[in-house]
Write a protein that binds this ligand. Structure first.
Ligand code: XIL
Length: 313
């Protein structure tokens, strides 16, 4: 019984994981990663981001970015491509540059075009725009809200086969930020600009993960607008570690509810966990004191969450 095999049998397109170039020399790790019955899809966690692909203006380098796509291809796994436009992990020439809206828009369009061209035909989906909103639903960025339609319009012209996604966190249940993401979909549709999907990152916390009904209601609100949805970066962290047996049981329930929500909604097409073993989770470095967020422990033994996911799949 393995994740992708079960997920596909239930009608999902994939169950996948993020991974990172530096992890691929760990043979215990790759024995699991490369098994397409466990993971039918890979996402490069960092190597396709702006700082990695265009470190100096107009100088594109795909040496790092090509590694995970090649691995997915060799393994017969789908690829989610991540990400074209994001305020974080920008090279300093972008973040500290002096721009007008017009010059920054040109830089963005060129970046989208060059990077998507490199991966044309290889991506099941692209996260075109990542994390555009603050928690209250206001825009984070500096160009102005019109950068989103420009980004999607540009992307739609480069790769007709890649699904174009808006991707964000804390949009997995209703609220100001989820409404803002929904308004992106409505606005693009109203402008007849292609958007195919919305990614729910789903970086959750054990015990405060949205309920099954809160998640299905939210997913339904997106699919009602004519887009597909996916869980794109799922992990469920303990605020402090080591976790107790009771906390591991709650985590297992939280994973089960999230996977169940996707299964319950016809337009929810896939689930990606943000790496699969605590050995390589981003959580301890990003959230002080937190950890043990993934279904596999550091030593590759399986947590109760693993069994809980298999049970609902
Ligand atoms: C994270 C990576 O996992 C880390 O290795 C990196 O240091 C920071 O970025 N939302 C996203 C992902 O869309 O790209 C982020 O990935 C996690 C949060």
């Amino acid at each position: 019984a393995q994740f992708n095999q079960l997920a596909v049998a239930k009608g999902l397109t994939y169950f996948g994981t993020a991974t990172e170039n530096g992890e691929l020399s760990d043979t215990q790790y790759t024995a699991i990663l490369d098994n397409s019955t466990e993971f039918g899809q890979l996402t490069p966690a960092n190597a396709q981001k702006w700082d990695s692909t265009e470190p100096s203006q107009g100088v594109f380098t795909f040496t790092k970015g090509d590694v995970v796509p090649a691995r997915a291809k060799a393994n017969g796994q789908l690829l989610r491509c991540h990400t074209l436009v994001w305020y974080s992990q920008l090279p300093s020439w972008v973040s500290a540059g002096t721009w007008t809206n017009a010059t920054l828009t040109e830089v963005m369009k060129n970046h989208i075009t060059k990077v998507m061209t490199q991966y044309k035909g290889q991506c099941y989906a692209w996260d075109v725009v990542n994390e555009a909103f603050n928690e209250d639903g206001t825009y984070r960025e500096s160009i102005g809200p019109e950068y989103i339609p420009i980004a999607f319009q540009t992307a739609s012209e480069v790769d007709p086969d890649a699904k174009l996604y808006y991707n964000d966190f804390n949009i997995e249940s209703s609220g100001a930020k989820s409404t803002a993401a929904l308004n992106v979909v409505k606005d693009l549709k109203a402008k007849s600009i292609r958007i195919d999907g919305v990614g729910m990152q789903a970086h959750f916390i054990v015990g405060s993960t949205p309920s099954l009904s809160a998640q299905t209601t939210n997913l339904d609100s997106f699919t009602a607008q004519g887009v597909e949805v996916a869980y794109t970066e799922l992990d469920i962290r303990h605020s402090s570690v080591p976790a107790s047996a009771a906390q591991l049981a709650t985590q297992a329930d939280d994973y089960a509810n999230t996977v169940s929500a996707c299964l319950a909604v016809t337009g929810c097409i896939g689930i990606t966990i943000w790496d699969f073993t605590d050995k390589y989770s981003w959580v301890p470095s990003a959230f002080s004191g937190a950890g043990e967020a993934l279904p596999y422990n550091e030593d590759f033994s399986k947590k109760p969450a693993y069994a809980a996911i298999v049970k609902v799949l």
